[in-house]
Design a protein around this ligand. Structure first.
Ligand SMILES: [Zn+2]
Length: 261
């Protein structure tokens, strides 16, 4: 059995409710805090005096060194997910902004059109969040694997599915009648409703791979919207099906965020 941190426990009645309802759930946090190490101070007195330069008669040609621009630092997992803060406002006013932008479907097969929406006040860069959602769904390991389908993005009324990121209290309200307590995500109609609680905090079973957990959240809830029901862990050590409620525990399976890994 895996140890649960205080406050993350999911009541058995909720587990049963989730299993019975066919609706979706999600999971906990890594919360690592980096601390900057103090920099050693260098005083002028520690710099050795320069030796007298020997001057040769013939100047030695020196090959020019091309200037190399410093490579930009790779985004952290939180930056990749669009987070601009790890603060999770418990309650916001429930107004959503549609993330502006359209993109054609890049793959083959039937096109599903996604609209991404973020609750006002949620601390994310909306374009980065939308890019994460779309990159997940159009990953060759996602629902469109092998030309099964492909995902376009819209900011209009032509969406097949909507993916929302909401504060815990708003997600709880939008998920009703399913009770999520604001700590589990869900699918309600054509909406995949991701709670900022999980988007930020992740899950202890994915503590080594917060990005993988976020891929799981998107794939799992969109999977419900595509008509997929829950699945069970098929056996110890085997990859968890993406439609397993991995937020409620891996049940001996290995973490797996993808429908077609
Ligand atoms: Zn589910």
């Amino acid at each position: 059995m895996r140890r649960r941190r205080a406050g993350w426990g999911v009541p058995a009645v909720l587990v049963a409710l989730l299993a019975a309802s066919g609706l979706g759930a999600c999971g906990p946090a890594d919360g690592a805090v980096r601390e900057d190490l103090p920099q050693p101070s260098v005083s002028a007195a520690t710099v050795p005096p320069e030796p007298a330069a020997a001057v040769s008669a013939a100047p030695v040609p020196v090959a020019p060194v091309p200037a190399v621009a410093a490579a930009p630092a790779a985004p952290t997992p939180d930056e990749l997910a669009g987070l601009t803060s790890r603060d999770v406002p418990q309650s916001l006013d429930g107004a959503f902004d549609v993330v502006p932008g359209r993109a054609p479907a890049p793959g083959a097969g039937p096109v599903k059109t996604i609209r991404v929406e973020v609750e006002q006040g949620v601390p994310v860069d909306p374009q980065r969040f939308a890019a994460f959602v779309m990159d997940t769904l159009n990953d060759p390991r996602s629902w469109g694997a092998g030309g099964r389908m492909t995902f376009a993005r819209t900011d209009g009324d032509d969406a097949t599915l909507r993916v929302l990121l909401a504060s815990p209290d708003t997600s709880r309200r939008l998920c009703r009648p399913l009770e999520t307590y604001g700590t589990l995500s869900c699918r309600n109609g054509a909406r995949a409703i991701l709670t900022l609680y999980r988007w930020t905090n992740g899950h202890e079973d994915y503590a080594d791979d917060p990005t993988g957990y976020r891929h799981y959240l998107v794939n799992h809830e969109v999977g419900h919207a595509l008509g997929h029901a829950h699945e069970r862990c098929p056996g110890p050590g085997l990859p968890a099906p993406v439609m397993q409620q991995q937020t409620l525990g891996l049940k001996g399976c290995a973490q797996n965020p993808w429908p077609h890994p």
